[in-house]
Design a protein. Structure first.
Length: 317
C-alpha cells in the first residue's frame, strides 16, 4: 500500500468528521472514506485467526508486525496532537536531547533517568512542563531522549547548558531554542550576543519527534513518550460536517489536503483521507446578523428533517 495526493473534493454536510481543536485557535477536520476492497472478504474469527470468503481458507494474522506498526502509528498521532496543543515556538520553550555515555538498552532505565533529571530541574525552575519521546541509536543500540520543555510561569526560558549537563550527569546534552519559522535565526543558547544557530521551526521539531522510523524497535505495549501533568490534551469531537460548520461560524478554512491510500498490486483506492485546517478569524460577538439568521435557519432545517424521519419511522412501526 502507498499514499498519493488526490483531488480536493468538497465534503458533504452528512459526512462524519473528526474535529480536533487546538489552543492556538486552529481546528483540524478529518474525514476518512473507506472504499470497497479485499477486506470485505475477511471475517474475523479470533485475535489470531480470520476466515477468507474468497478462498474459503482460515488464516492467521501476523500479530506482532501488525500490532507493532498500528500501535506505534497511533502513539505518534496522539503525541503529535499533544505537542501541537502545547508548543507554539515561543521564547519560553526549549528543545533538549539527552544521550548517555554507556549503552542503555533498557527503556525503563532510560525513563527513570529522565524522571530523576526532570525532578532536579523542577526543584529550581518550578514552572516547567515537558513532553519527551524515546528513540533508538541504531549504531550503538542505545536509547536516548528528545524533549520539549516549557515554562508556564515566565515568558522567557533560559537555563545554562552546564547546569543541565550537571543535572543529567549521564552523557551529552544538546539544548536549542525553538523558533516559529524554519528560516528564523535564533541566538546561540549559551551566548546571547551571538547569532549562530539557525533553528528549525516548531513544526519541524514536532515532525522530527513523531517520526516512526527510529521507534520501530519499541516492544508492543510499551509507550514511547511521556508528559507532565500541566500538559493539556486537545479537544476531540466526532460529528457531521454540517454540525461542525454551524458551531464554528467564527472560523474559516485556510488549508485542505486529500490523501489516497492505494493497493500496491492493483492500484485501487482503499481509503480517501480528507483533512482541512480551519482558523478562528473573529470572536463570536463579531458575527453579523446575517450569519446569525443563516445559522438559525440551518438549525431549523436539521430539526425539521429529524422530525420528518421520526414521523416516518413511527408510521412504519
Amino acid at each position: 500500500m502507498y499514499f498519493e495526493q488526490g483531488a480536493n473534493n468538497k465534503l458533504k454536510d452528512t459526512d462524519r468528521v473528526k474535529v480536533t481543536k487546538y489552543r492556538d485557535e486552529t481546528i483540524e477536520v478529518k474525514n476518512v472514506q473507506h472504499r470497497n476492497n479485499s477486506l470485505t472478504n475477511i471475517v474475523k474469527i479470533s485475535k489470531r485467526e480470520y476466515y477468507n470468503k474468497k478462498t474459503g481458507k482460515i488464516c492467521q494474522y501476523k500479530i506482532e508486525d501488525k500490532k507493532n506498526i498500528s500501535t506505534l502509528r497511533n502513539n505518534m498521532k496522539k503525541l503529535k496532537q499533544i505537542l501541537k496543543n502545547n508548543f507554539f515556538g515561543e521564547k519560553n520553550e526549549i528543545f533538549v536531547t539527552l544521550t548517555t555515555q554507556r549503552v542503555v538498552s533498557s527503556i525503563n532505565e532510560m525513563k527513570k533517568a529522565f524522571n530523576s533529571f526532570f525532578r532536579k530541574l523542577k526543584r529550581k525552575y518550578n514552572g516547567l512542563e515537558y513532553v519527551y519521546v524515546l528513540e533508538l541509536q541504531e549504531k550503538r543500540n542505545s536509547w536516548h531522549i528528545h524533549t520539549l520543555i516549557k515554562d508556564l510561569k515566565n515568558k522567557q526560558l533560559f537555563i545554562d547548558i552546564k547546569e543541565i549537563e550537571q543535572m543529567w550527569n549521564k552523557g551529552n546534552c544538546c539544548v536549542k531554542r525553538v523558533g516559529k519559522q524554519s528560516n528564523e535565526i535564533c541566538k546561540n543558547y549559551n551566548d546571547i550576543n551571538k547569532n549562530e544557530i539557525r533553528e528549525k521551526s516548531i513544526e519541524g521539531i514536532i515532525d522530527y519527534m513523531t517520526k516512526t522510523k527510529t521507534k520501530e524497535h519499541i516492544p508492543v505495549g510499551v509507550k514511547p513518550w511521556g508528559k507532565s501533568k500541566g500538559i493539556i490534551k486537545p479537544e476531540v469531537i466526532k460529528q457531521t460536517y454540517s454540525e461542525f460548520k454551524e458551531n464554528n461560524l467564527d472560523c474559516e478554512k485556510v488549508q485542505e489536503t486529500t490523501l489516497l491510500l492505494r493497493n500496491t498490486e492493483k492500484g485501487a483506492i482503499l481509503n480517501r483521507i480528507k483533512t482541512e485546517k480551519w482558523k478562528r478569524t473573529k470572536s463570536k460577538g463579531e458575527i453579523n446578523n446575517g450569519e446569525e439568521i443563516h445559522n438559525i435557519k440551518r438549525k431549523y432545517r436539521i430539526i425539521r428533517n429529524k422530525c420528518k424521519n421520526n414521523e416516518k419511522n413511527f408510521r412504519k412501526g
